[in-house]
Design a protein around this ligand. Structure first.
Ligand SMILES: Nc1ncnc2c1ncn2[C@@H]1O[C@H](COP(=O)(O)OP(=O)(O)OP(=O)(O)O)[C@@H](O)[C@H]1O
Ligand SMILES: [Mg+2]
Length: 155
């Protein structure tokens, strides 16, 4: 299933992320891709907000993994940008990727082999305030999320 969304502002991205957050479940994995500054962290911030996480979500680039336990579900936020060369390091990412909460991976393409049954979100920069979000998945477990999202975005 595929769904395209044009975001014309950070607020549109917030609406998208909040709509997705309402449909998340234990074991959901979101692989985010798109150029530097596309909006992966911005999207994740609002996803966390929608999940009831009040802590400020910041980029985990230098930490690789940040965990948030105070929302409806645990949120594991991974940034794989600098992970390529450390891919053989045993840092237990598999555990959080197939874990008891929701896992969001910025630059998921860099650790594609580790990412288990993801919802893929590709963000393309159109201009300074406009982003195209292409949401797709090959896995049935996201069907109701996708269907609900279609409805809420067209409402
Ligand atoms: N429609 C939009 N949606 C999201 N962000 C937008 C939009 N328009 C402008 N922006 C701006 O784009 C920037 C996105 O930065 P962000 O850190 O989220 O990108 P990123 O994809 O995580 O980058 P990196 O690859 O460096 O981690 C922010 O400064 C944000 O304000
Ligand atoms: Mg980022």
């Amino acid at each position: 299933m595929k769904l395209n969304f044009i975001s014309k502002s950070v607020n549109d991205t917030k609406k998208l992320a909040m709509a997705i957050s309402n449909n998340l479940f234990k074991g959901a994995v979101i692989s985010l891709d798109g150029d530097l500054g596309a909006g992966k962290t911005t999207f994740t911030k609002y996803l966390a907000k929608g999940m009831g996480i009040e802590e400020e979500v910041s980029s985990p680039t230098f930490n690789i993994l940040k965990c948030y336990f105070k929302g409806k579900l645990p949120l594991y936020h991974i940034d794989a940008y600098r992970l390529e060369e450390r891919i053989n390091m045993d840092i237990g990412l598999e555990e959080v990727i197939e874990g008891d909460g929701v896992c969001v991976i910025e630059w998921g393409k860099f650790i594609q082999d580790l990412v288990f049954q993801p919802l893929n979100i590709k963000i393309t920069i159109i201009d300074s305030n406009t982003r195209e979000f292409e949401i797709s998945s090959d896995y049935q477990k996201y069907d109701s999320l996708m269907n609900n999202l279609k409805e809420s975005l067209h409402a």
